[in-house]
Design a protein around this ligand. Structure first.
Ligand code: 13P
Length: 252
Protein backbone atom coordinates (compact mmCIF):
# COMPACT_ATOMS: atom_id res chain seq x y z
CA UNK A 1 0.00 0.00 0.00
CA UNK A 2 1.24 3.46 -0.89
CA UNK A 3 1.10 5.84 2.07
CA UNK A 4 -0.50 9.13 1.00
CA UNK A 5 1.39 12.41 1.19
CA UNK A 6 -0.22 15.77 1.85
CA UNK A 7 2.34 18.45 1.09
CA UNK A 8 2.23 22.22 1.31
CA UNK A 9 4.37 24.27 -1.06
CA UNK A 10 4.60 27.72 0.47
CA UNK A 11 6.41 29.18 -2.55
CA UNK A 12 7.72 32.70 -1.75
CA UNK A 13 5.39 33.24 1.19
CA UNK A 14 6.04 33.40 4.96
CA UNK A 15 8.93 34.85 6.93
CA UNK A 16 10.58 32.67 9.59
CA UNK A 17 8.31 34.19 12.22
CA UNK A 18 5.18 33.56 10.16
CA UNK A 19 6.32 30.02 9.40
CA UNK A 20 6.76 29.26 13.08
CA UNK A 21 3.34 30.71 13.92
CA UNK A 22 1.79 28.56 11.18
CA UNK A 23 3.35 25.37 12.58
CA UNK A 24 2.31 26.18 16.12
CA UNK A 25 -1.27 26.82 15.00
CA UNK A 26 -1.64 23.91 12.59
CA UNK A 27 0.10 21.09 14.48
CA UNK A 28 -2.66 20.55 17.08
CA UNK A 29 -5.28 20.62 14.30
CA UNK A 30 -3.76 17.78 12.25
CA UNK A 31 -5.28 14.45 13.30
CA UNK A 32 -4.70 12.13 10.36
CA UNK A 33 -1.96 9.65 11.27
CA UNK A 34 -2.34 7.69 8.03
CA UNK A 35 -0.60 10.24 5.83
CA UNK A 36 2.86 11.72 5.52
CA UNK A 37 2.58 15.49 5.93
CA UNK A 38 5.31 17.67 4.42
CA UNK A 39 5.79 21.42 4.26
CA UNK A 40 8.10 23.22 1.85
CA UNK A 41 8.93 26.63 3.36
CA UNK A 42 11.15 29.24 1.70
CA UNK A 43 14.71 28.05 2.44
CA UNK A 44 15.45 30.88 4.86
CA UNK A 45 12.52 29.81 7.07
CA UNK A 46 13.59 26.15 7.24
CA UNK A 47 15.49 26.45 10.56
CA UNK A 48 12.46 28.10 12.20
CA UNK A 49 10.19 25.33 10.88
CA UNK A 50 12.67 22.69 12.10
CA UNK A 51 12.61 24.19 15.56
CA UNK A 52 8.81 24.41 15.67
CA UNK A 53 8.47 20.78 14.47
CA UNK A 54 11.01 19.30 16.90
CA UNK A 55 9.77 16.39 18.99
CA UNK A 56 6.97 15.19 16.69
CA UNK A 57 6.84 12.70 13.83
CA UNK A 58 3.77 13.58 11.78
CA UNK A 59 5.04 16.58 9.84
CA UNK A 60 8.30 16.61 7.89
CA UNK A 61 9.78 19.41 5.83
CA UNK A 62 11.73 19.97 2.69
CA UNK A 63 13.22 22.53 0.32
CA UNK A 64 11.65 23.98 -2.81
CA UNK A 65 14.73 23.27 -4.93
CA UNK A 66 18.10 21.50 -4.69
CA UNK A 67 21.33 21.62 -6.71
CA UNK A 68 23.09 18.57 -8.13
CA UNK A 69 26.65 19.52 -7.11
CA UNK A 70 28.02 18.80 -3.64
CA UNK A 71 29.33 22.37 -3.46
CA UNK A 72 30.71 25.00 -5.79
CA UNK A 73 30.34 28.39 -7.40
CA UNK A 74 26.54 28.26 -7.87
CA UNK A 75 25.22 31.50 -6.43
CA UNK A 76 21.77 31.18 -4.95
CA UNK A 77 21.65 27.37 -4.93
CA UNK A 78 21.61 24.85 -2.07
CA UNK A 79 23.26 21.42 -2.01
CA UNK A 80 21.85 18.12 -0.80
CA UNK A 81 24.36 18.18 2.08
CA UNK A 82 23.08 21.59 3.17
CA UNK A 83 19.48 20.38 3.09
CA UNK A 84 20.40 17.25 5.07
CA UNK A 85 22.22 19.39 7.60
CA UNK A 86 19.04 21.46 8.01
CA UNK A 87 17.00 18.28 8.55
CA UNK A 88 15.12 18.27 5.25
CA UNK A 89 13.59 14.94 4.25
CA UNK A 90 12.25 16.04 0.84
CA UNK A 91 13.06 18.44 -2.00
CA UNK A 92 10.87 19.68 -4.83
CA UNK A 93 12.52 19.22 -8.21
CA UNK A 94 11.32 21.00 -11.32
CA UNK A 95 8.23 22.75 -10.04
CA UNK A 96 6.57 24.41 -13.05
CA UNK A 97 7.49 27.85 -11.69
CA UNK A 98 11.17 26.82 -11.68
CA UNK A 99 10.76 25.52 -15.23
CA UNK A 100 8.87 28.61 -16.39
CA UNK A 101 10.83 31.44 -14.74
CA UNK A 102 14.25 30.03 -13.82
CA UNK A 103 15.23 27.87 -16.75
CA UNK A 104 14.85 24.41 -15.28
CA UNK A 105 14.70 21.75 -18.00
CA UNK A 106 13.99 18.02 -17.87
CA UNK A 107 17.75 17.51 -17.84
CA UNK A 108 18.46 19.81 -14.87
CA UNK A 109 15.41 18.44 -13.03
CA UNK A 110 16.75 14.90 -13.46
CA UNK A 111 20.17 15.96 -12.20
CA UNK A 112 18.62 17.60 -9.15
CA UNK A 113 16.47 14.53 -8.46
CA UNK A 114 19.33 12.05 -8.86
CA UNK A 115 21.56 14.02 -6.49
CA UNK A 116 18.78 14.30 -3.91
CA UNK A 117 17.98 10.60 -4.02
CA UNK A 118 21.65 9.61 -3.82
CA UNK A 119 22.04 11.83 -0.77
CA UNK A 120 19.03 10.46 1.08
CA UNK A 121 16.53 13.21 0.29
CA UNK A 122 13.23 12.21 -1.33
CA UNK A 123 12.82 14.13 -4.60
CA UNK A 124 9.30 15.28 -5.46
CA UNK A 125 9.61 15.51 -9.22
CA UNK A 126 7.01 17.84 -10.76
CA UNK A 127 5.53 17.53 -14.23
CA UNK A 128 2.58 19.23 -15.88
CA UNK A 129 1.25 20.39 -19.22
CA UNK A 130 0.31 23.95 -20.20
CA UNK A 131 -3.20 25.02 -21.20
CA UNK A 132 -2.06 25.36 -24.81
CA UNK A 133 -0.70 21.81 -24.84
CA UNK A 134 -3.92 20.48 -23.29
CA UNK A 135 -6.05 22.33 -25.84
CA UNK A 136 -3.92 20.96 -28.67
CA UNK A 137 -4.62 17.45 -27.38
CA UNK A 138 -0.95 16.70 -26.80
CA UNK A 139 -0.99 16.68 -22.97
CA UNK A 140 -0.22 12.97 -22.58
CA UNK A 141 2.63 12.88 -25.07
CA UNK A 142 4.14 16.04 -23.52
CA UNK A 143 3.84 14.49 -20.05
CA UNK A 144 5.39 11.19 -21.15
CA UNK A 145 8.40 13.03 -22.51
CA UNK A 146 8.69 15.32 -19.47
CA UNK A 147 8.46 12.35 -17.11
CA UNK A 148 11.06 10.27 -18.95
CA UNK A 149 13.45 13.22 -19.13
CA UNK A 150 12.95 14.21 -15.51
CA UNK A 151 13.63 10.74 -14.05
CA UNK A 152 16.55 9.97 -16.39
CA UNK A 153 19.43 8.43 -14.46
CA UNK A 154 17.36 7.41 -11.43
CA UNK A 155 18.51 3.85 -10.68
CA UNK A 156 15.61 1.38 -11.05
CA UNK A 157 16.64 -0.16 -7.72
CA UNK A 158 15.92 3.11 -5.91
CA UNK A 159 13.08 4.47 -8.02
CA UNK A 160 10.35 3.34 -5.62
CA UNK A 161 11.53 6.11 -3.27
CA UNK A 162 10.86 9.00 -5.63
CA UNK A 163 7.61 10.96 -5.58
CA UNK A 164 6.00 12.40 -8.71
CA UNK A 165 3.71 15.44 -8.59
CA UNK A 166 1.36 16.01 -11.52
CA UNK A 167 0.54 19.71 -11.60
CA UNK A 168 -1.24 20.91 -14.74
CA UNK A 169 0.09 24.44 -15.21
CA UNK A 170 -3.38 25.76 -16.04
CA UNK A 171 -4.69 24.59 -12.64
CA UNK A 172 -1.99 26.25 -10.49
CA UNK A 173 -3.26 29.24 -8.55
CA UNK A 174 -6.17 29.68 -10.94
CA UNK A 175 -8.96 28.07 -8.94
CA UNK A 176 -9.41 25.65 -11.86
CA UNK A 177 -8.89 22.12 -10.61
CA UNK A 178 -8.65 19.22 -12.97
CA UNK A 179 -11.70 17.09 -12.24
CA UNK A 180 -10.85 14.12 -10.07
CA UNK A 181 -11.57 11.87 -13.06
CA UNK A 182 -9.22 13.88 -15.33
CA UNK A 183 -6.48 13.85 -12.69
CA UNK A 184 -6.93 10.09 -12.23
CA UNK A 185 -6.72 9.53 -15.98
CA UNK A 186 -3.42 11.41 -16.26
CA UNK A 187 -1.94 9.97 -13.07
CA UNK A 188 -2.91 6.44 -14.11
CA UNK A 189 -1.18 7.16 -17.42
CA UNK A 190 1.95 8.42 -15.61
CA UNK A 191 2.02 5.22 -13.55
CA UNK A 192 1.95 3.13 -16.74
CA UNK A 193 4.80 5.24 -18.14
CA UNK A 194 6.79 4.71 -14.92
CA UNK A 195 6.17 1.00 -15.43
CA UNK A 196 7.81 1.21 -18.85
CA UNK A 197 10.71 3.31 -17.52
CA UNK A 198 11.39 1.11 -14.46
CA UNK A 199 9.09 -1.88 -13.98
CA UNK A 200 5.40 -2.37 -13.18
CA UNK A 201 6.29 -3.52 -9.68
CA UNK A 202 8.30 -0.33 -9.03
CA UNK A 203 5.60 1.86 -10.60
CA UNK A 204 3.05 0.37 -8.21
CA UNK A 205 5.14 1.62 -5.29
CA UNK A 206 5.84 5.17 -6.50
CA UNK A 207 3.61 7.80 -4.95
CA UNK A 208 2.06 10.21 -7.44
CA UNK A 209 0.50 13.42 -6.15
CA UNK A 210 -1.93 15.82 -7.77
CA UNK A 211 -1.40 19.58 -7.47
CA UNK A 212 -3.36 22.57 -8.74
CA UNK A 213 -6.03 24.42 -6.73
CA UNK A 214 -6.41 21.64 -4.15
CA UNK A 215 -8.75 22.82 -1.37
CA UNK A 216 -10.56 21.32 1.62
CA UNK A 217 -13.63 21.06 -0.64
CA UNK A 218 -12.06 18.88 -3.36
CA UNK A 219 -9.42 16.82 -1.53
CA UNK A 220 -11.74 13.97 -0.64
CA UNK A 221 -12.83 13.31 -4.21
CA UNK A 222 -9.27 13.54 -5.47
CA UNK A 223 -8.04 11.12 -2.80
CA UNK A 224 -10.77 8.61 -3.59
CA UNK A 225 -9.21 8.01 -7.03
CA UNK A 226 -7.27 4.80 -7.51
CA UNK A 227 -3.90 6.22 -8.54
CA UNK A 228 -3.85 9.57 -6.70
CA UNK A 229 -1.59 9.19 -3.68
CA UNK A 230 -1.77 12.68 -2.26
CA UNK A 231 -1.68 16.36 -2.98
CA UNK A 232 0.84 19.14 -3.43
CA UNK A 233 -1.02 22.18 -2.18
CA UNK A 234 -0.09 25.82 -2.84
CA UNK A 235 -2.47 28.57 -1.79
CA UNK A 236 -4.58 26.47 0.59
CA UNK A 237 -1.46 25.32 2.46
CA UNK A 238 -0.69 28.86 3.65
CA UNK A 239 -3.47 28.99 6.18
CA UNK A 240 -3.38 26.64 9.19
CA UNK A 241 -7.06 25.67 9.27
CA UNK A 242 -7.39 24.97 5.55
CA UNK A 243 -4.14 22.98 5.45
CA UNK A 244 -5.18 20.94 8.50
CA UNK A 245 -8.59 20.34 6.91
CA UNK A 246 -6.85 18.96 3.81
CA UNK A 247 -4.57 16.77 5.95
CA UNK A 248 -7.62 15.49 7.83
CA UNK A 249 -9.52 14.48 4.69
CA UNK A 250 -11.38 11.24 5.12
CA UNK A 251 -11.75 8.53 2.52
CA UNK A 252 -14.65 6.91 4.32
P1 13P B 1 -2.20 26.08 -5.90
O1 13P B 1 -2.66 25.05 -4.90
O2 13P B 1 -2.14 27.46 -5.31
O3 13P B 1 -2.94 26.01 -7.18
O4 13P B 1 -0.66 25.74 -6.24
C1 13P B 1 -0.33 24.45 -6.64
C2 13P B 1 1.15 24.32 -6.64
O5 13P B 1 1.83 24.88 -7.47
C3 13P B 1 1.76 23.50 -5.59
O6 13P B 1 3.09 23.23 -5.87
Amino acid sequence: MRKPIIAGNWKMYKTAKEAKAFINESLPLMKNKDVDVVVFPPAIAIPAVAEALAGQELVKYGAQNVHWAAEGAYTGELSVGMLKDAGCAYALCGHSERRQYFGDTDDTVARRACAALAGGIIPVICVGESLEQREQGIALSVLAEQLAGSVAGIPAGQAENIVIAYEPVWAIGTGKTATAADAQEVIGFLRKELGKLFSDAVAEKIRILYGGSVKPGNIQELMSQLDIDGALVGGASLEAVSFADIVNYSNK
